[in-house]
Design a protein around this ligand. Structure first.
Ligand code: T1G
Length: 677
């Protein structure tokens, strides 16, 4: 956990707790003992603390939260470092995050390798830096800069940290850091305690910061507490400020929001594991990707690979479509560059890796080919049959289908073992989620390669079995069915959507329909009007793209309730003989959110999802589920599965004959156990 090395009169203390040097009890004990021993050792004139392996430290051991505390606690260890009578230098490479950076803040001096990153991401876990970070960081870089780092949770590069005064020196490289730190320590003859400093701030700084960030921190407990703790640093001496920090930390770490955010942190990492497959399974090399279809999805999918430096051959049927598709890709890159997130050179580099062609045969040299064409089974099977004759042996053949059966698509080939689903979410170059769909015959190495590749291009992959809509879109079905029914029964689109946005979703079912396109899946026959969707589409109300859908939109796409839609709904009610009634928010919540949980329980019971937490990852990264509520399955456990079951039973008449209560949900509710046993 801790190794020490004596370099003449400098003691080097190395934290060794792979993979991230999490500051678990063993590391804390070792650090504490090493610092204490050094005080009593006359041969030690100065101390260097660094991390073994790939980073300084990823912070406190999050797996310890919620368990009985084991001393020494991190604040004590950091205080002991700062109290050292011999100068202490923190030598930082890789990442110094959370408690890891707080250890470095307890040191008297800091030197970092040029590519190192330093941050206090606790707020992303629903907590705050609880080992003095809210008190020492402001004393080093000022209250406003500290507020920015602590409330955003975003790490900063070592170069910026040097400019801010957070570190004293930049080393030449990772490789020279150790020696440079020891040499630096040797030049020091006294400690320089950050806690001895004071920091002041104009009174309005904190209120202004809170007001400027109001939208971002709305409904979240941790950011407010971070602001309060940093404010305390400008008003109180270190020890009192630390007491304030500790009190706020304890409130947050035991709160529902932090439990949910920690759940998502681990759920995302667990989702990357495929039960039953060895973690070191041999992956297929993917050097060249082929994409069929240069539409919105094909273009977005291609950008993910190009941005990761993987060449893409993109195929279309007609030159005009090909040119339009590649033009949109370039425009998207240039828009990102305009925001300073890409350099023009990076744009050109990415686009240089793209080979647009009308020649289907050009896919023969690809290691992975992703079909992203019209959502029609016959079209897809025709394409896969052609691919079967063109793709090289061992090439992976993926469909981006969002609903259809990968097993049926695979029957169009003689290589079902190479066929899988890679379901990207629109806009594919932005949304992090990829559902990696395993067919009945998908080879384990193909599945594992799909998962690893998704991570390589910066996505969050989740394994899904084959069913209509896989995990996320299948759960949308009961939500949308009930949302539409609620309109006919008396609710308005804005009432249904408000329940969802008040819950924390970025948008409600009807806002989402307008964004995605009301005409998705429409039969295109304006004479055939059998549903609200038909009625809207027949009048050209296809959503935001037509400035009219369930809402009216101005040129800035600002939505307003539509009297036309209200009339369409009224006409539909009259035709169906429905007398509108007042609909409560509770009924909307149950019929559109509890039914999603019910569907998720079936998805779990059928083995379509490996774990309930995988379903949560799908909803966090594919649909913007509020992270501080963990995900639909975590949230259901938090409010109580019996609450969910009781709610569904309360509205079983309105839910109608098509609705069936998930046996797994009913069972777990009766047992008082969570869905993920
Ligand atoms: N504690 C416990 N386990 C951790 C961990 C942590 N802090 N960080 C990572 N792991 C596990 C992770 O679950 C995974 O496990 C493995 O390490 C590799 O992680 C008092 C209270 C550091 C940037 O929020 O952001 O300090 O799946 O796949 O991509 O103020 O991990 O292999 O079994 O993410 O190289 C604050 C959280 C804690 C940083 C590395 N620190 N970690 O990314 O590896 S609270 C954080 C990360 C705190 C103090 C407070 C990333 C990383 P498994 P990985 P990576």
């Amino acid at each position: 956990m801790i190794e020490t090395k004596q370099h003449d009169d400098v003691l080097e203390i190395v934290m060794t707790n792979p993979p991230v040097n999490a500051l678990g009890a063993g590391v804390r004990t070792g650090l504490s003992e090493a610092i204490a021993k050094a005080q009593a050792n006359p041969a030690v004139k100065a101390i260097v603390i660094r991390g073994g392996g790939k980073m300084f430290s990823g912070g406190a051991d999050i797996t310890e939260f919620g368990k009985p505390p084991v001393g020494p606690m991190l604040p004590e260890v950091v205080d002991a470092i700062e109290a050292s009578d011999k100068p202490v230098v923190a030598a930082i490479h890789g990442m110094a995050l959370g408690g890891g950076l707080e250890v470095a803040l307890g040191a008297h001096y800091r030197i970092a390798a040029p590519k190192a990153k330093l941050g206090l991401p606790e707020v992303l876990l629903g907590i705050l830096p609880g080992a003095g970070g809210t008190q020492r960081l402001p004393r080093l870089i000022g209250a406003e800069a500290a507020l920015g780092m602590i409330v955003s949770g975003s790490p900063i590069p070592a170069t910026k940290a040097a400019q801010a005064g957070l570190i004293d020196r930049l080393a030449e490289s990772d490789e020279t850091l150790g020696d440079e730190a020891i040499a630096f320590a040797r030049t020091l003859d006294a400690p320089r305690r950050t806690g001895d400093r004071t920091v002041s701030a104009d009174a309005g700084v904190f209120e202004k910061f809170a007001a400027d960030n109001a939208r971002k921190i709305k409904g979240l407990d941790a950011p407010k507490a971070c602001i309060e703790a940093v404010k305390a640093a400008t008003e109180l001496p270190l020890d009192q400020g630390q007491q304030k920090e500790r009190a706020l930390f304890m409130q947050l770490v035991t709160g529902e929001q932090s439990k949910a955010l920690r759940h998502v942190f681990f759920a995302e990492r667990t989702a990357a594991k495929i039960d039953g497959l060895p973690r070191d399974i041999q992956l297929r090399p993917i050097r060249q990707v082929g994409v069929i279809g240069a539409g919105t999805m094909g273009g977005g999918i291609s950008m993910n690979f190009l941005s990761a430096g993987i060449p893409v051959t993109i195929v279309e049927m007609a030159q005009e479509a090909l040119d339009r598709g590649t033009g949109v890709m370039r425009k998207n890159y240039e828009a990102t560059a305009a925001k300073g997130r890409l350099t023009p050179e990076q744009v050109e580099k990415a686009m240089s890796l793209l080979t647009p062609t009308l020649d289907f045969g050009a896919l023969a040299h690809c290691d992975l080919i992703i079909e992203a064409v019209y959502e029609n089974m016959d079209v897809k099977k025709e394409i896969f049959a052609k691919l079967d004759g063109i793709a090289k042996p061992g090439a992976m053949l993926a469909s981006n289908t969002s609903y259809l059966s990968i097993d049926e698509i695979a029957t169009a080939t003689k290589r079902p073992q190479d066929v899988l689903g890679l379901h990207f979410f629109s806009p594919a170059n932005v949304m992090k989620l990829v559902e990696v769909v395993r067919g009945a015959k998908t080879a384990p190495d193909a599945l594992a390669t799909g998962m690893a590749l998704a991570q390589k291009i910066g996505k969050v992959p989740v394994v899904s079995g084959v069913c209509y809509g896989f995990i996320g879109n299948r759960m949308l079905i009961p939500r949308q069915t009930n949302a539409n029914a609620l309109l006919l029964e008396g609710a308005t689109p804005e009432q249904v959507d408000r329940v969802h946005t008040a819950f924390g979703m970025p948008m409600g079912p009807f806002q989402m329909a307008d964004l995605a396109g009301v005409d998705i899946g429409w039969h295109r026959d304006p004479e055939r009007i059998e549903s609200l969707q038909d009625a809207l589409c027949a009048q050209g109300r296809w959503g935001q793209k037509k400035q009219a859908g369930f809402y009216d939109y101005d040129e800035k796409r600002k939505p307003t309730p539509s009297p036309v839609v209200a009339q369409i709904i009224d006409d539909f009610r009259a035709k169906a003989g429905i007398t509108p009634r007042s609909i409560s928010d509770d009924e909307i919540m149950v019929r559109t959110l509890y039914t999603m949980v019910n569907e998720g329980a079936d998805i779990l019971a059928e083995g379509i999802a490996q774990r309930a937490s995988d379903i949560d990852v799908v909803w966090n990264y594919g649909y913007g589920w509020p992270r501080h509520k963990g995900g639909p399955m975590f949230w259901a456990d938090q409010i109580g599965l019996d609450t969910v079951v009781d709610g569904l039973k309360r509205y079983e008449t309105a839910l109608g004959g098509d609705f069936t209560l998930s046996p797994l949900l009913a069972k777990r509710a009766a047992e008082g156990k969570p869905l993920d046993r």
